[in-house]
Design a protein. Structure first.
Length: 310
């Protein structure tokens, strides 16, 4: 094992940032054995330094630029959101030769190509597995495991809030307003659920999936988006009569035009899903991504896609 530790800077101390710090500390011995060197937390960047956040106050700083620039920091873990100041911090880290891990879906949906180029130029790593579906491993299979295959289609339930609401409506016959209220009480829905229920969150993730799966640049603005606020109990009754259920899906696929040219389609909308399809059985706050490839065939990645620990 190398005696030289690997220095980590964490940017952001919300639910996810707090869990990352905890895992680095609680699993230090195991991580060192797997990595070949100890990981050492150098500091945590926050908007406002304050006591009682589960991290010694002397480890906290509101000077993100200085933390990222420290010579003893090798890896920057960005968990701040939204696009700015996260983008500026990540670009600074990459330009200074530091590898970056981020869970920032909004940023990656907008700037994947730009950040990837910066990482390649600096010969460092840029990882963003947690930007889509939390703990569910889907980015790496698309970029590595299926690198020698041709991905034809990616369809996924990528937002836990909307899936919980639609599952409740399907199972209990509740209307949208009541299911949303229940999701809020249980902590699955934000005080302002617009980003979830109107499909903005899923569209950002669809852009990332399409970019990775089809080796092209797709931004959230390129994704057709339709929310699920107009889905009613009557719609579920109609779906059941057709042997289907309703899920808010992010669908990305490679299409061939009538002239033989290929194009990429990315869209988010409440879709009818046949009950025999694996995605139909994904309920509650769980998420899943279904991949269709020429050689590998059909694959599904399923699990808890949200929460600090995952």
């Amino acid at each position: 094992m190398s005696e030289k530790p690997i220095g980590i800077a964490v940017l952001g101390l919300g639910n996810v940032g707090t869990e990352v710090v905890r895992i680095i500390e609680d699993s230090a011995q195991d991580l060192a054995a797997r990595i070949g060197a100890p990981l050492e937390l150098r500091g945590v960047g926050v908007r406002k330094v304050a006591k009682g956040r589960g991290v010694p106050v002397d480890m906290l700083t509101d000077d993100i630029e200085a933390l990222v620039a420290r010579e003893d920091v090798d890896i920057v873990v960005e968990l701040m959101g939204p696009v700015e100041p996260a983008r500026k911090a990540i670009m600074a880290a990459l330009e200074q030769g530091k590898s970056v891990v981020t869970a920032n879906k909004a940023l990656m949906a907008q700037s994947t190509g730009e950040l990837a180029q910066a990482a390649e130029k600096a010969r460092v790593d840029l990882y963003f597995e947690a930007a889509v579906a939390g703990a569910i491993p889907v980015i790496r299979p698309l970029t590595q495991s299926l690198a020698g295959d041709v991905v034809c289609r990616v369809a996924g339930i990528v937002n836990g809030t909307t899936n919980y609401i639609l599952s409740a409506m399907s199972e209990t016959g509740a209307d949208y307003a009541d299911a949303l209220a229940e999701a809020g009480v249980l902590g699955y829905a934000e005080a302002d659920p617009t980003a979830d229920v109107e499909g903005y969150d899923a569209a950002a993730k669809a852009a990332i999936l399409a970019s990775i799966a089809f080796h092209t640049r797709v931004t959230a603005d390129d994704v057709y988006r339709e929310g699920m606020t107009k889905v009613s109990a009557a719609d579920f009754e109609s779906a059941k009569a057709l042997g289907c259920t309703i899920k808010l899906l992010a669908i990305c696929e490679r299409l061939t035009t009538g002239k033989g040219k290929q194009r990429v389609s990315a869209r988010v909308y409440p879709a009818l899903v046949p009950l025999e399809h694996p995605l139909a059985s994904v309920n509650g706050a769980f998420k899943a991504v279904f991949v269709e490839a020429e050689a590998a065939g059909e694959l599904m990645f399923y699990g808890r896609g949200a929460g600090g620990a995952p």
